[in-house]
Design a protein around this ligand. Structure first.
Ligand SMILES: Cc1ncc(COP(=O)(O)O)c(C=O)c1O
Length: 438
């Protein structure tokens, strides 16, 4: 392996890049079309129509001079950076193709893939925070993300200020003032604004445009806005178009889409990706080639799967909304709060297929409902081809203190459902019989 690992922090342009076909006759090709071939040249792989899985830990230089040229590039002795791949902790062909294709969905310049969504989130935060810094984040976050900020980063002198997802511009201004004062007291800066929208498990939306306006008005230094777009992305919300700088995914969910892999990613402008790439180069945590290959396959159908799951969820929610044993729904297609509806109208193009159903009663009634489901599987996670149901208060968010759970609306009668691509009437029949058993 290279003797100077931390110097390899530049993106690595391809050795023999094929000119990408991104438009035909002035027509910009859609992501669904580009998922079939973008970023892969069969000529470089014996004509193989699909990319082979590249199982190698290191990459051979064509000759010693090429090796020298490579290291001149990465050490800055020669302008232009490194050319091609060098070592598999930094990157590999399958991951590069995946990163190119993920960038397309969010209109991003660059993307990085990771071994899990939590690896992506952890490496991202570590890359931007130093001792004394403050992270400003929306609430709720996925419990492990919240835990990483509150329990892990705090060990290194990083603190946080959080705000409720629906916060207005005025509230956000006040939050940033508080964060700036806290950072000044600690001798640091506001290092990152981290959002999750919709939030897991409440589906609460964050006003990304208001966050950007507040950041631009209130913070002098370069402070990126990152957003976890796992619940609606990549199809129904493009946060980079609304003022976010970095979009974060658990690819384990809709992008992977078959509940058979774990991976994560971030995407955005190169200038935001480079510090994270440098830390990933040092720490590792890149998605492995097999998983990257599976994700390339998944991306070919992501639009089809998400559209079908979204249509199914609309039908299931129409049924549940009228059911006498259902107290309410946390579904983005049926928002009752005008502020949330306004954010939805500006930011989202679809309601997704993950929602909360509030069963009349408490934990006992919710458990009876869950235990009676016959098609829907009782499991955490979301965004797969199959319908899943879980109880956040007793499962994914069990570690959240009771007071905060109450504040965030994570109640004992909240069941989270992720609708899959099954026949919608079969799903309705399943929910109907399970509610009858409550
Ligand atoms: C919104 C959200 N972000 C991040 C994660 C973490 O992703 P992973 O399980 O791939 O590490 C999850 C997992 O459930 C999630 O729901």
């Amino acid at each position: 392996m290279p003797d100077s690992t931390d110097s390899v922090d530049q993106p690595t342009p391809r050795r023999k890049p094929k000119a990408p076909i991104e438009e035909i006759g002035g027509r910009k090709l859609k992501p669904a079309t580009l998922m079939m071939g973008h970023g892969f040249d069969p000529v470089l792989s014996e004509g193989s129509l699909k990319p082979p899985i590249f199982l190698t830990s290191t990459f051979a230089f064509e000759n010693a001079a090429a090796g020298k040229r490579h290291f001149e590039g990465i050490t800055g002795k020669r302008p232009g950076g490194a050319e091609g791949l060098v070592y598999s902790r930094f990157n590999g062909p399958n991951q590069e193709i995946l990163e190119d294709r993920l960038s397309i969905w969010d209109g991003a310049e660059d993307a990085l893939t990771f071994a899990s969504g939590m690896t992506a989130i952890s490496v991202l935060m570590l890359a931007y925070c130093s001792a004394g810094d403050v992270i400003v984040h929306s609430g709720p976050l996925y419990a492990a993300s919240e835990g990483f900020v509150a329990k892990i980063l705090s060990k290194f002198g990083v603190t946080y200020v959080d705000f409720p997802a629906g916060a207005t511009r005025e509230e956000l201004d006040a939050v940033l003032e508080k964060a700036k004062a806290q950072a000044a007291e600690q001798g640091g800066k506001v290092a990152m604004i981290y959002l999750e929208s919709p939030a897991n498990p409440t589906n609460a939306l964050v006003d990304i445009e208001a966050v950007k306006a507040a950041r631009d008005a209130g913070l002098e230094q370069d402070c990126p806005i990152a957003i976890d777009n796992t619940f609606l992305g990549p199809l129904w919300q493009q946060p980079l178009n609304h003022g976010a700088d970095i979009v974060v995914y658990s690819l384990t969910k809709y992008v992977g889409g078959h509940s058979d892999l774990v991976a994560g990613s971030i995407a955005g402008a190169k200038k935001w990706m480079d510090p994270v790439r440098a830390l990933r180069n040092t720490m590792g945590g890149i998605c492995d080639p097999n998983t990257a290959w599976m994700l390339l396959r998944s991306l070919e159908t992501v639009e089809l799967r998400m559209q079908r799951a979204g249509d199914n969820a609309a039908k299931v929610c129409a049924f549940l909304a009228e059911h006498p044993k259902v107290e309410g729904l946390g579904y983005l297609g049926m928002i009752s709060d005008p502020r949330q509806q306004d954010i939805y109208d500006r930011h989202c193009s679809g309601a997704g297929s993950t929602f909360s159903v509030f069963i009349k009663g408490g934990e006992a009634e919710s458990f009876r409902f869950l235990d009676s489901l016959r098609i829907a599987k009782l499991a955490v996670s979301l965004g797969g081809t199959e319908t899943l149901a879980s109880h956040p208060a007793a499962m994914t968010h069990l570690s959240v203190p009771d007071e905060r759970k109450a504040q965030l609306g994570i109640t004992d009668n909240l069941v989270r459902i992720s609708i899959g691509v099954e026949d919608p009437d079969d799903l309705i029949a399943d929910f109907d019989q399970a509610l009858a058993a409550v």
